[in-house]
Design a protein around this ligand. Structure first.
Ligand SMILES: Nc1ncnc2c1ncn2[C@@H]1O[C@H](COP(=O)(O)OP(=O)(O)OP(=O)(O)O)[C@@H](O)[C@H]1O
Length: 414
């Protein structure tokens, strides 16, 4: 168990960490996220005993790190550093064997058995065991340092950007391996820049900004658009990864000059993505009507996109339809974003009045179970009328919604 209690750290004249507290119980993987310069590396170096805090304390398995000798400290905490560059011409096997140093007696004996062998196997580095570490690629070298940390057999592990130089396959394998080490009962604290990977593999996240903990808890509670805006100074949309269920952060670029105006009819996941894309691309966006609680509303509130709402499950009344109709009239283009076919067809009537229209669908129409035959026919007729001329910029922007999510985007519509 790693316990960080009200730690302050200054380096030179600069205060780097302020009143930082966190706990990593055995069997838990806690991810440290935050912008460059937030103090993640400094915190990890305080946890592994390389830096003594000016105030507060770090305990590992109940003992204060600053009270332990460096040998005893290394038996408690193993580290995978951010910079794995080395000037020395050690072999891979030598580097992994260094993990055993804190376990060796004064006479050089080590009762760790085949710990080095097992670490080489687990990290798939055995095949280049005799190579000089300096001849490996950055990613291969990083795996060797993970192997060294495994060979160290310490109950706590700190990782500073363990996947920074790894390709997507090795990054996933390395983090899966870290999860196995956690399942074995280790306490792991890792700084991870890749927010999606952090959300997927970590049990909890701690967000650090400007030397302070600004959020901590389950990944979905920490990776909110608000917290990301405050800490990383960026607008983003947070959705769920359809495969892993973990939060996915999509940073939005600066909007620049406003382009043409677009009204988005529809909602849900596709509608939310369409609004975010169009807004990011600089279109003047309006949306609605959508039921309160719709996924689109979360995005439009975040981005200040004017959006009509109706109570959930209620029929669309005349004034709501009239207000939405006005928005459509004012817009240059209307996007039907996975339009739900409401029984009363109110949205279809609105869409039918729209001038230039782009259709984005999550599923082909014939898979829609909620649509009655009449609505389907009207929707099909609507699609027949969809214009494509002059829509290139809007269509290109929303087409990527379909491509990104691997979904169907109506060819006829765009
Ligand atoms: N020895 C030092 N003396 C003074 N300031 C330092 C020293 N080492 C680091 N800093 C500063 O402390 C701050 C935190 O650095 P740290 O490396 O801990 O951040 P980080 O969150 O790990 O950043 P990154 O994501 O870029 O790796 C930075 O502003 C850095 O410039």
């Amino acid at each position: 168990m790693i316990e960080v209690e009200s730690v302050d750290v200054s380096l030179g004249d600069t205060e780097i960490l302020r009143d930082v507290s966190l706990r990593v119980p055995a069997g838990e993987f806690v991810g440290l996220v935050g912008p460059n310069g937030a103090g993640k590396t400094t915190l990890l170096r305080t946890v592994n005993g390389a830096i003594d805090p000016d105030a507060g304390r770090v305990l590992v398995d109940g003992d204060r790190m600053s009270d332990l000798s460096s040998r005893a400290g290394s038996r408690r905490v193993a580290t995978v550093p951010q910079d794995t560059g080395t000037r020395f011409a050690f072999s891979v096997e030598d580097v992994v064997a260094m993990g055993r140093t804190p376990h060796r007696s004064r006479f050089g004996s080590d009762d760790g058995g085949d710990a080095v062998e097992r670490a080489l196997e687990r990290t798939s580095t055995a095949s280049f065991r005799d190579r000089r570490i300096s001849t490996l690629s950055g990613g291969e070298r990083q795996r060797v340092f993970v192997a060294r940390a495994i060979a160290q057999e310490a109950p706590a592990l700190v990782l500073d950007e363990p996947t920074a130089s790894l390709d997507v396959n090795h990054a996933t394998r390395t983090l899966s391996l870290v999860c196995e080490l956690v399942a074995d009962g280790r306490a792991v604290l890792g700084a991870i820049h890749d927010l999606e990977a952090a959300a997927r593999f970590c049990d909890r996240l701690v967000m650090l900004a400007d030397g302070e903990v600004v959020a901590s808890g389950a990944p979905a509670d920490v990776l909110t658009a608000d917290a990301l805006a405050t800490s990383f100074d960026m607008e983003s949309v947070v959705t769920r990864n359809p495969v892993t269920g973990a939060p996915t952060v999509t940073p939005l670029s600066d909007t620049g000059d406003e382009r043409r105006s677009v009204h988005v009819l529809g909602g849900g996941r596709v509608g939310a993505a369409v609004v975010a894309r169009l807004h990011a691309a600089g279109f003047g966006v309006t949306a609605g009507p959508v039921p309160e609680g719709d996924e689109l509303l979360g995005v439009s509130e975040r981005l200040d996109v004017p959006t009509e709402t109706v109570p959930p499950m209620s029929a669309l009344d005349g004034s709501t339809l009239a207000a939405a109709g006005e928005r459509i009239d004012e817009a240059d283009v209307t996007v039907l974003a996975d339009l739900t076919l409401t029984p009363d067809g109110g949205l279809l009537d609105l869409a039918a009045e729209a001038g230039q229209t782009v259709v984005v669908e999550e599923r082909p129409l014939d898979e829609r179970d909620r649509a009655g035959t009449d609505q389907r026919r009207r929707y099909e007729r609507l699609r027949e009328r969809v214009t494509t001329s002059g829509l290139d910029d809007v269509a290109a922007t929303v087409r990527s919604v379909g491509a990104d999510a691997g979904r169907h985007v109506s060819r006829r519509g765009i």
